[in-house]
Design a protein around this ligand. Structure first.
Ligand code: ZN
Length: 174
């Protein structure tokens, strides 16, 4: 296993639309292990393949809190099939946007269809934090970032700030 480098804004790779996975083979499984290792190492609770520069529709998540047991979840080719009218709001961070937190309202519940690490087609009803996280990560697969929820003016201020080189600091982000 190996840690991958997480790319950050303004790297244009983050704007790529990721491609679906056709088969889940040995290489994909090894890559998914690396994604989990990279996510845990960086204290994130979600990571999309594109965030390490690989434009494939794979995301990993673990929304369990610090003291709880690990609950690694992997979604391949995830598609949101249904959303609730009810919304929930979280202040979201992103491993690709250091030091940036944005309040975002998203559907509170969503039904996600995906392929698991064994290549089996599955469905999962996700609510609250898990719902927000999976929507955040699926946005990454479509080249969409949390700054896109802001006005162009506010977005440009953040991009300009992140374009200056800053040292990495330890912070817990989504
Ligand atoms: Zn993110």
């Amino acid at each position: 296993m190996s840690l991958k480098n997480i790319i950050t804004v303004p790297d244009e790779t983050l704007r790529k639309i990721s491609d679906p996975i056709e088969t889940v083979g040995k290489n994909e499984k090894l890559f998914i292990k690396d994604l989990f290792e990279t996510m845990y190492h960086n204290k994130g609770i979600g990571l999309a393949a594109i965030q390490v520069g690989i434009p494939k529709r794979i995301i990993v998540l673990d929304v369990n809190q610090k003291d709880e047991k690990k609950n690694p979840l992997c979604f391949i080719n995830p598609v949101v099939k249904k959303i609730s009218n009810e919304k929930s709001t979280y202040e979201e961070g992103c491993l690709s946007l250091p030091e940036t937190f944005i309040e975002i309202e998203r559907p509170k519940v969503c039904l996600v269809e995906y392929i698991d690490i064994e290549g089996k087609k599955k469905e999962m009803e996700c609510d609250d934090l898990l719902s927000t996280c999976i929507q955040h990560e699926i946005n990454h697969l479509d080249g969409r970032l949390i700054i896109d929820f802001l006005s162009k003016l506010k977005r440009d201020v953040i991009i300009k700030k992140l374009s200056k080189n800053k040292p990495n600091t330890d912070r817990i982000v989504v």
